[in-house]
Design a protein around this ligand. Structure first.
Ligand SMILES: Cc1cc2nc3c(=O)[nH]c(=O)nc-3n(C[C@H](O)[C@H](O)[C@H](O)COP(=O)(O)O)c2cc1C
Length: 454
């Protein structure tokens, strides 16, 4: 059964890889961030590895402060606009899903529905939308706001946004565009539905000027971690990216989010949960460890210190690198990200590392899985069998090297165990993920629609 097999998504966040030092690595490609040839090679490599999804993370803003650190780690500082990039890749790949991030706080449903409907047609049913509410204050400054709206309000707008967007995708029923030379009608007006929506966040009277997407709706991705974010995922998401760093946490997250689906009238099978997994594979464990150490050595102290300062919520800029952080400087508790803060405090308590040792070993909200191909496959299998995962959102420190090693070494091992496909199944992205095609909410009804709102 394809649906019980491992689903794999590839996270593209920084062109050269997720590690801050990736662009300095000997295997990095100069100019990668602005090169369609580079992204094509990455998508085609992921397609060779039979990945389900090539996924582009995004935030519509560059940082404008702390440039001494950000200039050394250009995360989101120089990146393609996702929809433009994915439309280009649609023509250069054949099977892999194409996932893009777009914020419900900083887009209007009409533009977004058009863009994703277009991408779904252009890619022959391979589009997916990562629904984010944007959590960084600097984004709001680009859109006429002094600060982000409060968390709950962002999620309220997100729910309305998704409902309106889906209603727009349902403008045309399936098969409404008939191009019937006999009647002279290009489309059947009885299968065309005008939306009249007056909500708290959006007002719209209109209809989408593109036929229903091949998948009905592009696949909906979500990655909410908070209570309200998990509820939102349970209500609308078909793919969920998790952040568990150990198996017990993964099992709890999986049960919690799927357990919330019933109250929204959904079946747990309508969602696939993919925990994030950072993989460094070598032919042997030693080779994997050496790769990782070589990568860590490329992290500039300014970058390491900056991220640690952020997450420990204290200024570490004046401290010597090769001594432990004086205990009296460490705040008693977190004001912002408790999970990250607690992770660092626990590491200090357990090992009393120097500042340099601490930032060299700190991995925010994730743990890198190092090992041989069978080590990596063992862990994946364990998570699947324990009920923590339907697959994984895989991240690589360095591209293309780490992904090429994964495709060459881990994919055959998973296939040998019968856990992974040997070729792409026919159909659309949602068929390959084992997700049902959503019916058109207006099918069979005449006249105007009204977006189904929470
Ligand atoms: C794998 C993964 C990818 C994410 N990608 C993005 C992204 O591209 N853009 C973004 O603004 N947020 C992204 N997020 C953040 C989530 O959308 C969400 O805001 C975060 O998990 C916090 O959840 P909460 O909003 O429920 O508190 C991502 C989260 C995860 C786990």
């Amino acid at each position: 059964m394809p649906t019980s097999q491992i689903k794999l998504a590839l996270l593209m966040q920084c062109a050269a890889g997720l590690h801050p030092g990736s662009w300095l690595h000997g295997g990095a490609t100069r100019g990668a961030a602005n090169s369609i040839e580079y992204y094509t090679a990455m998508a085609q490599l992921a397609e060779r590895g039979l990945f389900d999804l090539f996924f582009i993370a995004d935030t519509p803003a560059a940082r404008t402060e702390n440039l001494e650190a950000w200039s050394r780690y250009p995360l989101f500082m120089n990146s393609f606009e996702p929809m433009t990039l994915l439309a280009a890749l649609a023509g250069l790949t054949r099977h892999i899903g194409l996932g893009g991030t777009a914020s419900t706080s900083f887009t209007e449903p009409y533009n977004l529905a058009r863009q994703f409907a277009s991408l779904d047609h252009i890619s022959h049913g391979r589009a997916a939308w990562n629904v984010v509410t944007s959590a960084n204050a600097y984004v709001s400054l680009n859109f006429g706001l002094d600060a982000l709206p409060p968390h709950a309000e962002r999620y309220e707008r997100a729910r309305e946004h998704v409902a309106v967007t889906r209603a727009l995708w349902d403008t045309y029923e399936d098969g409404a565009v008939q191009e019937d030379a006999g009647t002279g009608q290009y489309f059947d007006p009885a299968k065309f539905h005008v939306l009249d929506h007056r909500g708290k966040h959006f007002r719209l009277h209109g209809a989408l000027n593109i036929a229903r997407p091949p998948q009905g709706y592009p696949v909906t991705i979500q990655a909410g971690a908070s209570d309200i974010g998990r509820d939102f995922a349970a209500e609308i998401a078909e793919l969920v990216f998790g952040t568990a760093t150990d198996l017990a946490e993964g099992v709890a997250f999986y049960a919690d989010v799927k357990g919330r689906m019933a109250k929204f009238g959904r079946d747990p099978g309508e969602m696939k949960i993919l925990p994030g997994l950072s993989v460094v594979v070598g032919r042997t464990r030693d080779e994997a460890r050496h790769k990782h150490e070589a990568m860590q050595a490329l992290m500039h102290p300014t970058v390491g210190r900056f991220f640690l300062s952020n997450d420990l919520e204290v200024d570490l800029s004046g401290l010597p690198l090769d001594e432990p952080i004086p205990p009296h400087l460490i705040p008693k508790e977190a004001q912002f990200h408790k999970a990250y803060f607690d992770q660092i405090v626990a590491a200090i308590r357990e090992r009393n590392p120097t500042l340099r040792e601490l930032f060299m070993s700190y991995e925010r909200g994730k743990s890198t899985m190092l090992g041989s191909p069978s080590d990596i496959a063992d862990t994946m299998q364990e998570w699947m069998e324990a009920g923590a995962a339907d697959g994984f959102m895989v991240t690589f420190n360095q591209l293309p090297g780490d992904m090429a090693a994964f495709v060459e070494l881990v994919v055959p091992e998973l296939q040998r165990r019968g856990l992974y496909r040997r070729s792409y199944e026919p159909g659309h992205l949602r068929d390959r993920l084992g997700l049902r095609r959503p019916p058109n909410q207006y099918a069979g009804s005449a006249g105007s629609g009204s977006a189904k709102l929470p």
